[in-house]
Design a protein. Structure first.
Length: 223
């Protein structure tokens, strides 16, 4: 059996076939990890040596706010059913029943080592037409710069497919990360890293779904 591999999806090499990696069933774990300015400042304060170093680091951390990134997945099924899995509206989904995708936690600070995680059940991939992974700032910092956000998709046997959310423009408050869809008979992951700013319009989920012509209807939600 082939050894698990790690693939970075980049501008130069933006797509990868899951079929060619033998990832055709089981679970895909999608992890979002980032470091908020507040968490970074607090870590620096903890690592500072000496009383005055700790005081200076603590003062630097005081005005820095936490940032809450939310990971989600817009789902277009082969029967044209449309839905979303996200923390907003408590739409956490389910792994073993429709929509066969679930969000397992809502990391509101960026301080959790595990970050936020989605699970996709590939045993039901025949029901998926398009899966659009996205992330947006629910609360806190104005854009993604300096957050070092990275999304990693990991198969049951350990294959890793990584997307770095880099080259963030000023004021970008949302990002379409990657699209999973069937292409030429194979299930592929395609890097998107398409940024959205407030100028693109209100209602970030609606803006993203319209940009990808998913035809979804949105209502206000809370978490």
């Amino acid at each position: 059996m082939a050894q698990p591999t790690t693939v970075s999806l980049t501008k130069a090499s933006p797509t990868v076939s899951l079929d060619k990696h033998g990832v055709t069933s089981g679970l895909i774990h999608v992890n979002l990890n980032w470091t908020s300015p507040q968490a970074a400042a607090e870590r620096a304060a903890g690592e500072a040596r000496g009383l005055f170093g700790r005081i200076r680091a603590s003062l630097r951390s005081t005005p820095v706010r936490n940032v809450d990134l939310d990971l989600g997945c817009m789902i277009l099924c082969t029967d044209r059913t449309k839905t979303v899995v996200q923390a907003l509206g408590n739409a956490f989904g389910a792994v073993n029943s429709f929509p066969y995708i679930a969000l397992d936690t809502d990391d509101r600070t960026g301080a959790h080592a595990a970050g936020e995680n989605l699970v996709i059940n590939l045993d039901h991939q025949a029901e998926f037409q398009k899966l659009l992974l996205f992330v947006y700032i629910y609360d806190g910092s104005g854009d993604f710069r300096g957050l070092d956000a990275v999304v990693t998709l990991t198969s049951d046997r350990g294959d890793r497919f990584q997307v770095n959310l880099d080259e963030c423009p000023p004021q970008a408050h949302a990002c379409a990360i990657a699209m999973i869809k069937r292409q030429k008979g194979e299930l592929v992951i395609g890097r998107e890293v398409r940024w959205f700013t407030p100028q693109d319009g209100p209602g970030v989920q609606d803006v993203i779904s319209r940009a990808y012509r998913l035809g979804m209807t949105w209502t206000p939600g809370t978490k």
